[in-house]
Design a protein around this ligand. Structure first.
Ligand code: PGA
Length: 262
């Protein structure tokens, strides 16, 4: 059995006050949604107020990054223990913006994944190719490298503890989403590769999210794909109507795909 997960990556948007306003609206609107897992990932400063605000609802909380040490002289960094202590459950790791602007590599992503899992934070691991790599026919090669390096010596005891997000870089924030066929091809490849590493049963249980210009009008067609188990939503997650419309598509798809029911 797999889980369908819709997560909102707010990136560096929304003040604490604005974050609370958006979270309050989402909490009210999404109360009672039982089938899917819904996550919001606000900036660090909003995590604690949102942890309080979201109590009693069904929206889970994620951070956008963390460091791989638990504490110490690492100015400016946030430790996984700090996140756990305020009720954060998920953490986005290896987002392409972190790789591009902040020098993250498969190696640093690997360290972070290991530490997150060790302490009980659930990583949402982002992988994806650039437009140039896609045009050169290197997409699957890039995904394979990012996955095998990122997950090097990573044990997965329970597939519910980790999420893989396929996010083609050319689709992020561009309004140009991958076609459902392109998403399915990449997701199928990822699941097969994970099957080789962890065995087919575990791979079947892993949630593979798609990310990159997911909007209310394309969410259903992407989510209905056999190996697409959710979405990591950037821009559209900043608006209550758009985010909840995407969740509606998720609900519809949940009813139609047998992999979520056993
Ligand atoms: P986008 O961002 O939905 O704005 O394209 C997705 C992401 O970066 O996770």
């Amino acid at each position: 059995m797999r889980r369908l997960i819709i997560a909102g990556n707010w990136k560096m948007n929304k003040s604490v006050t604005e974050s609370m306003e958006l979270a309050r609206k989402l909490k009210m609107k999404l109360l009672g949604e039982a089938d899917l897992i819904i996550i919001v990932c606000p900036p660090f400063v909003s995590l604690q107020p949102l942890a309080e605000l979201l109590k009693g609802g069904n929206i889970h909380l994620g951070a956008q990054n963390m460091y791989w040490e638990e504490q110490g002289a690492f100015t400016g960094e946030i430790s996984p223990k700090m996140l756990l202590s305020i009720g954060v459950e998920y953490v986005i790791l290896g987002h392409s913006e972190r790789r591009k602007y902040f020098g993250e590599t498969d190696e640093t992503v690997n360290k972070k994944i290991k530490k997150a899992l060790e302490l009980g934070l659930k990583p949402i691991v982002c992988i994806g190719e650039t437009l140039e790599q896609r045009e050169e026919g290197k997409t699957l090669e890039v995904l394979e490298r990012q996955l095998t390096e990122g997950l090097k010596e990573v044990e997965i005891d329970d597939p519910f503890n980790i999420v893989i997000a396929y996010e083609p870089i050319w689709a992020i924030g561009t309004g140009r989403n991958a076609t459902p066929e392109q998403a399915q091809e990449a997701h199928h490849f990822i699941r097969e590769l994970l099957g080789k590493i962890y065995g087919a049963e575990k791979a079947e249980g892993l949630t593979l999210q798609y990310g990159g210009s997911v909007k209310p009008d394309n969410a259903r067609d992407l989510l209905i794909q056999e190996d697409v188990d959710g979405a990591l939503v950037g821009g559209a997650s900043l608006d209550t109507f758009n985010f909840s419309s995407i969740i509606e598509s998720g609900k519809e798809v949940f009813q139609k795909k047998p992999c979520y029911h056993y």
